[in-house]
Design a protein around this ligand. Structure first.
Ligand code: GDP
Ligand code: CA
Length: 317
């Protein structure tokens, strides 16, 4: 029996988590616990959005829009058109009607006094997800981006409106120093046999999870193996703008540099092993030198079977 914990962001995290669910079901292992990034969260038009949480929820629930890559399949935008007509919300940020149903349900429960962990528990009951979902923290620690010129933007404005074109100098999660891991997070890491770091954005998806005080300590104390999967293939991000984020924090866009950024657990970092793509096989030696085991494997998450094969490789690392 292998107990697995996954640290995950949104779209990349979802593709990977579908593979985790499949691989564990095949092995007869218990359901994984997924610790989701909530650094992307925001308040908009009076509702609480949790983009990474919802990407995971919709993908695992089988109701995500696979063509567009975000939101609910078959969604419409009637309410969004009304919000635009009122000049409410952000004109560059679309809220689907079905998606708004999720945000209203969540916001209602939060307003009634439930914690984000409890709300995610309720949202997890609708579809058989095949994993246990936890937010990284119950605190609101939305990501801010400081850009050249000194302006401070909410991460979603920088990412969605500006498509990461304003040069970032810093990413911050105000208040995170006083945040605590959500109930269950530290225990899940302590009880795990393997912790998987999904091939999510290292800076704005995995970064906030690791920045919650207590998470790094839990990772360093667990007897589990901690295995990461590179989001960089052949020296490039597969999709998205993670390279811009990496550059801003002084990390090169390469599998080896991201491994060095996470660091080996034996040297005060978080990883025992790092999966690099076949395209980056030449980087394996320098990853080994960091004090972690490099494992070369195909890392394209073409479909769930491909993701499951990556997870198999990570579990036997
Ligand atoms: P977001 O929160 O929606 O931005 O998604 P994540 O942070 O979870 O994942 C984004 C990262 O996934 C990007 O940096 C991509 O490089 C990575 N990614 C996307 N598809 C693949 C894939 O097929 N293989 C690997 N190894 N990484 C991928
Ligand atoms: Ca995200």
């Amino acid at each position: 029996m292998t107990r697995v914990v996954v640290l995950a962001g949104g779209v990349g995290g979802s593709k990977f988590t579908l593979g985790v669910r499949e691989a564990l079901a095949r092995r007869g292992d218990p359901e994984a616990t997924v610790i989701a990034n909530t650094g992307d969260d925001l308040w908009l038009s009076g509702v609480r959005l949790q983009p990474d949480v919802d990407s995971l929820l919709y993908a695992l629930g089988g109701v995500n829009d696979t063509e567009r890559g975000w939101g609910r399949a078959g969604d419409t935008e009637r309410v969004n058109a009304e919000l635009q007509a009122w000049g409410a919300g952000w004109p560059w940020f679309t809220l689907g009607d079905l998606d708004l149903g999720t945000h209203l349900a969540r916001t209602g429960w939060l307003r009634e006094g439930r914690t984000p962990t409890e709300v995610l528990g309720r949202l997890s009951e609708r579809w058989p997800l095949g994993v246990r979902m936890l937010p990284m923290t119950d605190a609101e620690v939305d990501t801010h981006v400081l850009v050249e010129g000194g302006e401070r933007l909410h991460f979603q404005e920088w990412w969605t409106r500006h498509r990461a074109a304003l040069v970032p100098t810093r990413f911050e999660n105000p208040g995170i120093e006083d945040a605590r891991p959500a109930p269950g997070v530290e225990q899940a890491i302590a009880d795990a046999d393997v912790v998987l770091v999904a091939p999510s954005n290292p800076v704005v998806s995995i970064g906030p999870i690791l920045a919650v005080p207590g998470v790094r300590e839990a990772l360093s104390a667990t007897s589990a193996r901690v295995v990461g999967v590179s989001p960089i293939i052949g020296g490039r991000v597969v999709r998205g703008m993670a390279d811009v984020c990496l550059t801003a924090i002084g990390v090169e866009t390469s599998a080896a540099a991201v491994a060095a950024h996470y660091g080996a657990r034996s040297a005060g970092g978080v990883l025992d092993a790092w999966l690099v793509a076949e395209e980056d096989a030449a980087a394996a030696a320098s990853v080994d030198l960091l004090g972690m085991r490099a494992v070369v494997a195909p890392l394209w998450m073409r479909d769930t079977a491909a993701s499951a094969a990556i997870v198999e490789a990570a579990l036997s690392a």
